[in-house]
Design a protein around this ligand. Structure first.
Ligand code: SF4
Length: 379
């Protein structure tokens, strides 16, 4: 886990626009709370950094493939958005944070509010009143994003005065979802309306009188939910539990279909609530050993891994082992083998996949994961 300083300087930002609209108190409820980043976010972060530099150096083969796909989609769509433009006049700007300041009156006092957006890349043409904003979504688990979402709308609003343009197109490049992204074009009047709506939302987010409105989307990543400091979330998510408990009289296999559906619909929220409560107990017990009578934080089990196999192999041979029997103890990590193969052959993308397939042909055992229950479209 890596802890990062807050680039938003404690103000609202476009990235949480949708959640702030759903719960106007969410921004202030999270003030002063923090948590680390996940490894998956670091994977996305590395690709974003490479796309900002336009250089895939240092990425592993999977990350390089995503980088190449983003660049390919971007080149094609930019040419379509600025047709017939002299390429020498086309300029692009890597990720950078744009700020807006405005005045809010709270309890008779004038307060300066700030809000920011960080487009991943902005294209514009010198002497042409149009800009294109690009947002990259590079994780396999990313859900499909619409270019009409509030985050991109805020970005378009902030790009307009910064780049002195009157039309802004926005596009999400998400190679795991589609290679044919949609571009949403905001014209001058759309941008004026979007700006007004953005100001209303940001004012509400900075107003201590705004109410907390719990819900699935806004509470999912809210630190107030995770750290156990939001009573409204507590009531809403905890309210799922009595419904669960009322099912106790009948064995699950005998529940009627509508009860099964109700259980499945509410399972995620109830489980997240239990996990959030458990995380709050762990945080409390870490800070104060007497926090929970009869419970204490225990250090995790130590897992050992041989990270330098060469001397182990040499010692093994020295005491009479054979290379063949040593190989029986070795597990080859496919992604690392792919990285090595990329360096040796210089291949990437589909060609690299084909080379890996050829190299490992007849030597792979494929095991499906356990089947899992998922929500599907109702017929
Ligand atoms: S946990 Fe939910 S209700 Fe509470 S502040 Fe966060 S988003 Fe709002």
């Amino acid at each position: 886990m890596t802890q990062l300083s807050d680039p938003r300087r404690g103000w609202t930002s476009a990235s949480s626009a949708e959640y702030d609209l759903l719960c106007p108190a969410r921004h202030l409820a999270q003030k002063g709370l923090s948590e680390g980043r996940s490894l998956d976010a670091d994977f996305g972060q590395r690709i974003h950094a490479a796309l900002a530099k336009r250089n895939p150096e240092g990425l592993d083969s999977d990350e390089s493939d995503v980088f190449a796909a983003c660049m390919e989609i971007e080149g094609r769509e930019v040419a379509k958005f600025f047709p017939g433009i002299d390429p020498k006049k086309l300029v692009s700007f890597p990720e950078h944070r744009l700020w807006v300041k405005f005045i809010q009156e709270i309890d008779g006092a004038k307060v300066t509010l700030e809000h920011s957006a960080q487009p991943d890349r902005v294209y514009r043409v010198i002497g042409y009143p149009r800009a294109l904003v690009i947002e990259y979504k590079t994780l396999t688990g990313d859900v499909p994003e619409s270019p009409r979402n509030l985050q991109l709308r805020d970005q378009a609003v902030l790009v307009k005065p910064h780049y002195l343009v009157s039309e802004v197109g926005v596009m999400v490049i998400q190679p795991f979802v589609t290679h044919q992204p949609e571009i949403c074009l905001y014209q001058e009047a759309d941008l004026v309306q979007a700006e007004q709506e953005m100001f209303v939302r940001v004012r509400a987010s900075n107003d201590p009188r705004s109410g907390r409105i719990p819900g699935d989307r806004q509470c999912k990543f809210c630190l107030a939910a995770k750290m156990g400091t939001c009573i409204e979330y507590q009531r809403w998510a905890g309210g799922m539990m009595p419904v669960m408990l009322s099912l106790m009289d009948v064995a699950p296999k005998d529940w009627p279909p509508e009860t099964r559906k109700l259980f499945c619909d509410r399972f995620d929220i109830a489980q997240k609530w239990l996990n959030d409560c458990w995380a709050a107990m762990e945080t409390g017990a870490t800070a104060d050993p007497k926090f929970i009578p009869g419970y204490a934080m225990q250090t995790g089990a130590i897992r050992e891994e041989i990270v330098n196999p060469q001397p182990v192999f040499e010692r093994y041979i020295e005491i009479g082992g054979t290379p063949e029997s040593f190989l029986e103890c070795v597990k080859v990590i496919k992604t690392r083998l792919k990285d090595r193969l990329k360096i040796i052959t210089g291949a990437s993308g589909i060609k690299l996949e084909a080379k890996l397939k050829e190299l490992a042909s007849g030597c792979i055992e494929a095991k499906p994961n356990k089947a899992s229950l998922k929500k599907v479209e109702e017929r």
